[in-house]
Ligand binder design. Structure first.
Ligand SMILES: [Zn+2]
Length: 409
């Protein structure tokens, strides 16, 4: 069935106006004002049109996550493809890029294909599973990468969860990635320094990866950038013309160590870091928001597992902090959450323009709510945002013209 969303404020990275959006056969067919009375729709587009009145709401392109963990296979007591997908659409996401630290690790085509198949069967979001850079995250073996050559659904490779400590190994991985036009997604944490100083661990590896990307010409994406120094290296690298993109997480721009000491990797940093990350967003050096959605059971959290869930609350956290508190425009937020991540991954998504996929999210910006773990769709409930008041909420998520999440509105 086709879908018409009427009387809504339409915002993407380059538009902000009131009007209607018509989605036909899964793609955005038309945007404009007064796309029609019911008669007109029937005449123009034929029958079988679902009409949604978006009065008082904002419509944005659905969000694209560059960084999530759905824990499937191997740790499905924390999350699985189905619960992860449900959490994603609750958060307004229709595309997720999944990290490879599953069990077994995503180091073979067989595992990647089985995850893709599960994603398709659930059918709520497009799943892009990243292969690991080193086989079984062993930090040295690259021969398994041969298996992924020529596969159009491989966008990025990553050892996320840990960094690749050996500089020669990551250098060779960059050469392979460049040949295949894959992105190297870097979890910058030099294990040699993790016990000494987590700040140094991030900074040293960020600097190294940028230098190697400059040398090899590989596409480098820095995940969850959290320190002022790391962001400075990225800014310098970008100004030097290196092929680098970067993401920040909602938690690293909302929390600082005076508010929260919740265990996450990289850690919650200082207020100066948060301010610098937001300044970098303002100056256009941050490409996207990556949620680093990292579900853990209560027991695993008690035993020190780092990470928090994030995909359901990402919009509300970013809207509250960046737009309401720091005055960043909604178009800029749309670029960070949809336009740019889609562009980085090479997807026909992230804009409300004719010809793009009909993936959109309807938002109620007037809603204020207190985060309550009992309302979260994720299988795990590990979040330091419990009890916090946030503004702005997802009320409807549409993937290729089909409603995949419907809240109250
Ligand atoms: Zn990571």
């Amino acid at each position: 069935m086709d879908l018409l969303i009427k009387n809504v404020q339409i915002i993407d990275s380059s538009h902000n106006f009131y009007g209607d959006v018509y989605i036909e056969n899964g793609k955005i067919k038309d945007i404009g004002r007064a796309l029609g009375t019911i008669d007109k729709i029937r005449n123009n587009f034929g029958k079988g049109v679902e009409i949604i009145d978006g009065k008082g709401m904002v419509l944005m392109p659905a969000f694209v996550d560059t960084h999530a963990h759905f824990r499937d296979p191997g740790f499905t007591y924390k999350e699985d493809i189905e619960t992860g997908s449900k959490a994603a659409v609750r958060g307004g996401y229709t595309t997720v890029t999944l990290m490879g630290n599953t069990y077994p690790t995503a180091s073979s085509k067989e595992i990647i294909d089985s995850i893709r198949k599960k994603g398709e069967e659930v059918g709520l979001v497009d799943v892009y599973q990243c292969p690991t850079i080193t086989e079984n995250l062993d930090g040295k073996t690259l021969s398994h990468l041969k298996e992924f050559e020529g596969l159009d659904y491989i966008k990025a490779i990553t050892d996320d969860g840990k960094g690749v400590d050996n500089s020669k190994v990551i250098y060779e991985a960059m050469e392979i990635a460049k040949k295949n036009n894959w992105i190297i997604m870097s979890h910058a944490e030099d294990k040699n320094f993790s016990k000494v100083d987590m700040r140094l661990a991030e900074n040293v590896m960020t600097w190294r990866d940028i230098e190697l990307a400059k040398h090899t010409g590989a596409r480098l994406h820095m995940a969850h950038v959290s320190t002022r120094e790391a962001m400075k290296y990225i800014i310098e690298g970008k100004n030097d013309g290196a092929n680098i993109t970067c993401e920040v997480t909602p938690h690293h721009i909302f929390l600082d160590d005076t508010i929260s000491n919740y265990r996450v990797n990289p850690p919650i940093r200082k207020k100066e870091d948060v301010d610098f990350l937001i300044k970098a967003i303002n100056l256009g050096y941050v490409d996207c928001i990556g949620t680093d959605h990292a579900p853990h059971s209560d027991e695993d959290k008690k035993n020190g597992a780092p990470g928090m869930i994030g995909i359901e609350l990402a919009f509300s956290i970013c809207y509250t902090k960046l737009v309401k508190e720091r005055g960043i425009s909604l178009s800029k937020l749309s670029s960070l959450m949809s336009g740019k991540p889609a562009e980085i991954l090479g997807l026909n998504k992230g804009q409300i323009q004719p010809g793009y996929d009909g993936d959109v999210v309807l938002l109620d910006l007037n809603k204020h709510f207190i985060v309550d773990r009992r309302n979260l769709k994720s299988k795990s409930k590990n979040t330091p945002f419990e009890g916090k008041e946030l503004s702005g909420d997802v009320v409807l998520t549409v993937k290729q013209g089909k409603v995949v999440y419907k809240g109250e509105f």
